[in-house]
Design a protein. Structure first.
Length: 311
């Protein structure tokens, strides 16, 4: 097995760059001092995330391809949540020198294939040696002349709806921790999220007043909308579907589980929401000063969701 230390930094970069397909907005890709990415709108939506081995993924649970897709997905979803079209990723990669070349190539295959879901491409990045695998991914996007969909536009009377899966990754994480071998659907959901990328453009067309990527759990992320908009969000659990595959703790996973990277938004009460969007609550005047800023079944919700510094 060829290791990356045998290739050297520039040999590895050249090998990875050769695997990356072209993307429409990437005018100049890897190989120069900087990439060139088209920005027809004149504004660029930009976001960045870090994934650290042992904290955000484990190599004994996830293969390199899934890690690559997960790293791309969580950044692409943030761009989509702003109502923008993803155009490019920049990837900083830290690797132990003993890492096999084939492992890194599969990682980049995952990055490239997830980008292809949105029409984006990997425009460049950097590779360094480190004691553990770390990915620093920056995603760029174009608004196409439209205003961004932010967290601050929710208004009293709006409804709260989500599109995508909730709780699957969280349930899968519990299974991994318990050493269980199934259900495979949940284990796969933790390895690789599947954001419904069409949700951004769809939400805009439906008149969304606020939108975000559900990365830290529905309660916590709905709380971000509530805080930014100066409103109270009331969730009715009777309206929240809980798939049987999530098991006896299904409602907890749905309300507080992160990393599925679906989308939650607020919409005018008369918005013609299709079945792909599930209404789970409403927006009311006033704020909740404790917990998440969200009311669940009439009671303020306590802290919920993922907090990077909580443990």
């Amino acid at each position: 097995m060829t290791g990356i230390s045998e290739l050297g930094e520039f040999g590895l970069i050249g090998r990875l760059a050769a695997r990356l397909p072209a993307a429409p907005a990437v005018l100049l890709g890897p190989g120069d001092d900087a990439a060139l990415v088209a920005a027809p709108d004149g504004r660029v939506a930009a976001t960045t995330d870090l994934l650290v081995e042992g904290r955000h993924f484990r190599r004994d649970w996830s293969g390199p391809y899934d890690i690559g897709r997960k790293a791309a997905a969580q950044n692409l979803a943030d761009v989509v949540a702003m109502g923008a079209r993803p155009t490019a990723l920049l990837v900083g990669l830290a690797l132990p020198p003993a890492t096999g070349t084939a492992w890194v190539e599969r990682l980049y295959d995952g990055l490239a294939d997830e980008c292809a879901e949105t029409g984006a491409g990997v425009a460049g990045g950097d590779v360094v040696a480190a004691s553990e695998v770390t990915l620093a991914v920056t995603a760029l996007g174009d608004l196409g002349g439209a205003q961004p969909l932010t967290r601050s536009g929710a208004r009293p009377g709006d409804v709260l709806a989500y599109r995508g899966r909730l709780g699957f990754s969280s349930a899968g994480l519990d299974l991994f921790r318990a050493g269980a071998d199934g259900p495979a659907e949940l284990l796969d959901a933790h390895r690789r999220p599947r954001p419904p990328y069409a949700a951004g453009a769809e939400a805009r067309a439906l008149g969304a007043t606020a939108l975000l990527d559900v990365s830290d759990g529905l309660l916590q992320d709905a709380g971000h909308i509530a805080a930014a908009s100066g409103v109270r969000i009331e969730i009715d659990t009777a309206r929240v579907p809980v798939p049987a595959v999530l098991g006896p703790d299904g409602l907890r996973h749905v309300l507080t589980g992160g990393e599925d990277h679906g989308f939650a938004g607020t919409f005018p009460p008369d918005a013609p929401l299709p079945p792909s969007w599930t209404v789970v609550g409403t927006v009311a005047a006033g704020t909740v000063t404790q917990g998440t800023g969200v009311v669940v079944d009439g009671r303020p919700a306590g802290p919920g969701g993922w907090d990077h510094f909580s443990s």
